[in-house]
Design a protein around this ligand. Sequence first.
Ligand code: PMV
Length: 328
Amino acid sequence: MTHLFARATAHSNIALIKYWGKSDSEQNLPAVSSLSLTLDGMKTVTAVQFDSGLECDAVSLDGQPTDGRARERVVRLLDVVRARAGLELFARVESVNDFPTASGLASSASGFAALALAASHAAGLRPTRAEVSALARACSASAARSVFGGLAVLERGALSAMPLPGIEGWPLRMLVAVTTMEKKAIGSTHAMELCRCTSPYYEAWLAESVALFERGREAARLRDFASLGTAMEQSTLMMHATMMTARPCILYMSPSTVALIRAVEGLRRSGTEAYYTMDAGPHVKVLVQAGDAGTVRRVLEATPGVERVIDCGPGPAASVSTDPGEGS
Ligand code: PMV
């Protein structure tokens, strides 16, 4: 018997080499190649139930009913799944994050990866990981990477992400310094479009990203931590320079973001290898090797404006169950 139900878990990912900009906004294809680390400490669990008793799709996020653009994006993904499965039922979608939503902590990445996997399986489809990744990518390109564990790559113009194997046993950690619980002021899709249309640095960002991605991927392949960290910081700063030079200016950093950058630079000067990155929000994520995590965590926690630090290791690939009793 089929229940038209599935529950999926996907972990957040943080880009070490950033995606910023679309080559095709209709299809949501990335204009640059990115490389990410899926994190074990931040996840979304999404349950999808197609139900003949519903008169419209009912979407809740962290226990609150969702409307507006957030709901529209979910409904768009459900429509694709319904068309593929030949299903005409509405769905109940319940999604829960164990970290702050929509504030530059990659909640759309884990959220759309979990939704793509849960919705497909609830509808009776049995897609490949690449197909799930493509479905998630159409809503949020960074979500394409959260389908995979460890390191993942989403190449420029690609429909889906793919895993970059070989970090097994590399003791990487990402310390996420959360600086605010507020939702972000400007969403990434709108911000990318502003950058494309108004920043004089946008073309330079696209051109520089090619070599940066190769540097990052090669450093990961060689397990060269310092090169990977340096490429990550440069990718971050180039992306933020493109944001800051858009009109109007997009400034995601806060005073605590800058204080954290200074703290990481200070750590390096005193011999501790740590590298920072920021996304579309004020939080700072710091890449370290496991042996340094304790020292770095104490410094981050003592930095003004830091609310908490989430210590993450490489996370697993997204997973799914169609048993309503499991994990509820
Ligand atoms: O997938 P989106 O639309 O939420 O874009 C996120 C882009 C960044 O997080 C800023 C960078 C990245 O590669 O994840």
